[in-house]
Ligand binder design. Structure first.
Ligand SMILES: Cc1cc2nc3c(=O)[nH]c(=O)nc-3n(C[C@H](O)[C@H](O)[C@H](O)COP(=O)(O)O)c2cc1C
Length: 326
């Protein structure tokens, strides 16, 4: 499977595991890269530049294939040392970063001087256009179905993705709702050169999270997520649980950031991921949870996706030939 993205990144399949705070650690990232996709570790999870260096070295010990590091540019209550993180990336020979949350403009010179390819994630056409203007190598666009931050516009991937494809010349990676081979073919049909997935990769054997979370996911359907944090301008699609319902209720009553913080803090999501308390806090989860029906190894998932994509493509060709005189 060759696209401008597989060529740009030096990977076999146009399947990327996006950065996932707390979840995107070395074992998952390495497994995705080893299986022919692009795995990503999240710098913010590692807190310090030296923590990040250790995690990068762990990935390098598990795979020789390309991987990326997510730089989190979202506003945060704790400072994120992104310039120092980039120094570590350059020293460790990391070649790809995924940026998200805010424009990477003030980091572009440092990243480009370090020989790093930049995939910038956006949730709107105008942000994709400005990212292209500032020199990113590819843009990732996520629609409303996505786990994590879908932006504030409520536009689904089916419309958002081709709108961005039409608006820029650099390669576009689509995200939000993709979980299988049919999704991959549909993304390619919409003009994307690859897909980014987060939610589906959580329900894999290598995802370093508690089995309770994976089991919850394979039994949940596509209605079991909710968008919260609109009031504070940071919409987030998360799993529907006791805490997210409470956040939703408080927001409808006009709660402020200070009132919401004890519930939405990332510290609480650790109880979910590592102790398996499904109602321990809010945790990112996309609508594609409804498509995750079993916990597979990353290798199985990627092979299944590629096989299904080919089958799906052939079936489309057959159906078109049967009905159209071409
Ligand atoms: C648990 C989880 C944590 C995430 N954390 C981040 C993050 O820290 N930074 C980021 O850019 N995207 C984050 N995302 C978004 C993913 O990188 C990816 O863009 C998204 O999951 C794709 O949509 P999908 O969930 O429908 O597969 C997260 C997603 C999930 C499910």
């Amino acid at each position: 499977m060759k696209t401008r993205i597989t060529e740009l990144l030096g990977i076999e399949y146009p399947i990327i595991c996006g950065g996932m705070f707390q979840v995107g650690r070395a074992e998952l990232a390495a497994a995705v890269s080893e299986a022919g996709g692009l795995g990503t570790i999240t710098s913010k999870t590692q807190v310090t530049p030296e923590g990040l260096r250790k995690e990068i070295r762990k990935v390098k010990s598990l795979t020789k294939k390309p991987f990326s590091v997510n730089l989190n540019l979202f506003p945060s209550t704790t400072a994120t040392p992104n310039e120092e993180f980039i120094e570590v990336l350059v020293e460790e020979g990391v070649r790809i970063v995924e940026t998200s949350g805010r424009s990477p403009e003030n980091l572009m010179t440092q990243l480009k001087d370090g020989g790093i390819k930049v995939l910038h994630k956006v949730a709107g056409v105008k942000y994709a256009v400005s990212a292209e203007r500032m020199g990113v190598d590819a843009v990732i666009v996520v629609g409303n179905e996505t786990g994590g931050h879908p932006g504030m516009s409520d536009v689904g991937t089916l419309v958002m993705l081709p709108r961005v494809v039409d608006a820029v010349n650099i390669p576009v990676i689509g995200g939000g709702g993709f979980a299988d081979g049919r999704g991959l073919v549909s993304a390619l049909a919409l003009g994307a050169e690859g897909v980014v997935m987060g939610t589906r990769f959580m329900a894999t054997k290598e995802a370093p999270i508690h089995d309770n979370v994976k089991n919850w996911m394979v039994h949940a359907d596509e209605t079991k997520t909710i968008v919260v944090q609109r009031n504070i301008g940071s919409a987030s699609r998360v799993a529907l649980n006791e805490v997210s319902k409470e956040v939703d209720r408080l927001e409808k009553e006009g709660a402020t950031l200070e009132q919401l913080l004890p519930l939405i803090t990332g510290q609480r999501s650790k109880h979910v991921y590592f102790e398996g308390e499904i109602d321990g806090g809010i945790w990112s989860c996309g609508q594609s949870v409804g498509l995750a029906k079993e916990v597979l190894s990353v290798q199985e998932l990627i092979l299944q996706m590629v096989t299904e994509a080919k089958r799906s493509f052939n079936s489309i060709q057959q159906r078109i030939h049967q009905t159209l005189p071409i």
